[in-house]
Design a protein around this ligand. Structure first.
Ligand code: DLZ
Length: 172
């Protein structure tokens, strides 16, 4: 199982660019609020830890994960942003609602990234039950919000570097 091998809060801190001049939007879903708030906190802490300025982080709340794409689009229209992070938690239930929501958000964010050239980060947990969500929002498998924040910094810095025409170093 992937998450048994990798802690979602682990990344190479020294390899991450500074977020000091980068601008972020965060859309957070209210459904499963205890979980999404913990994801949001992990994401925010990561952005701030790497130098992002509070005034450059724009946060909105939306009702549920299905609304994350609209929220992200509204953020992109309202602010000049280098990356947008969508945070939600869709717990599998008795019906297939989770698949519709998850697929819609994944496709929506992908399309939005392409249409706006602003990288959109999928900070959505898709657990089978609440325990899996707890384990991944600051529990034994770390915090997906941290992963989303670190990913946003990388993608935002990449966007700026390519806009400036910087020569990029490749190293694995
Ligand atoms: C309706 C619904 C259900 C059943 N479950 C979740 C969930 O686990 N996580 C989540 O973020 N949202 C859920 N929603 C709400 C939908 O995302 C959406 O807000 C409503 O269908 C209204 O469009």
């Amino acid at each position: 199982m992937a998450s048994a091998l990798k802690n979602l809060s682990e990344y190479d801190e020294n390899a991450l660019p500074s977020a000091e001049t980068l601008r972020f939007g965060i859309a957070v879903a209210d459904w499963n609020a205890k979980i999404t708030h913990a994801l949001y906190q992990g994401c925010l802490d990561t952005l701030l830890k790497h130098g992002a300025k509070e005034e450059n982080i724009h946060v909105i709340q939306v009702p549920g994960s299905f609304e994350l794409t609209s929220g992200a689009r509204l953020l992109a229209g309202a602010h000049k942003l280098d990356a947008i992070i969508a945070i939600g938690c869709v717990i599998k239930g008795e019906t297939n609602h989770n698949e519709y929501i998850n697929n819609s958000v994944a496709m929506g964010l992908t399309n939005l990234s392409i249409a706006t050239s602003v990288p959109c980060i999928f900070g959505v947990l898709t657990p089978n039950d609440e325990q899996q969500a707890i384990d991944r929002s600051g529990g034994k498998y770390g915090n997906k919000g941290v992963e989303a924040g670190a990913t946003a910094i990388r993608m935002a810095a990449l966007k700026i570097a390519l806009q400036k025409g910087d020569k990029l170093k490749i190293g694995f």
